[in-house]
Design a protein around this ligand. Structure first.
Ligand SMILES: [Zn+2]
Length: 73
């Protein structure tokens, strides 16, 4: 019988996210309980770029997405 530990319940995994685009693990400050997440220092993505239930992107993908939007504008 498989015994997979519930990683999402582990204290050290608090705020642990997997990038929706590339699958890279990263830490979400908001979920981890930080006052300010690292993503707050980056320009926010336009609302029409976000989908309901969409999870965060890793720092690299978020920066790439912001750059892509800035270029296409
Ligand atoms: Zn990524």
């Amino acid at each position: 019988m498989m015994n997979v530990p519930p990683e999402s319940n582990a204290p050290e995994a608090r705020g642990a996210q997997v990038c929706a685009r590339c699958g890279a693990p990263f830490r979400c400050g908001k979920l981890a309980g930080d006052a300010v997440c690292w993503c707050a220092g980056l320009p926010a993505l336009p609302v029409d770029r976000l989908r309901p239930g969409m999870s965060c992107l890793c720092p690299a993908c978020l920066a790439a997405e912001i750059e892509r939007i800035a270029r296409s504008d």
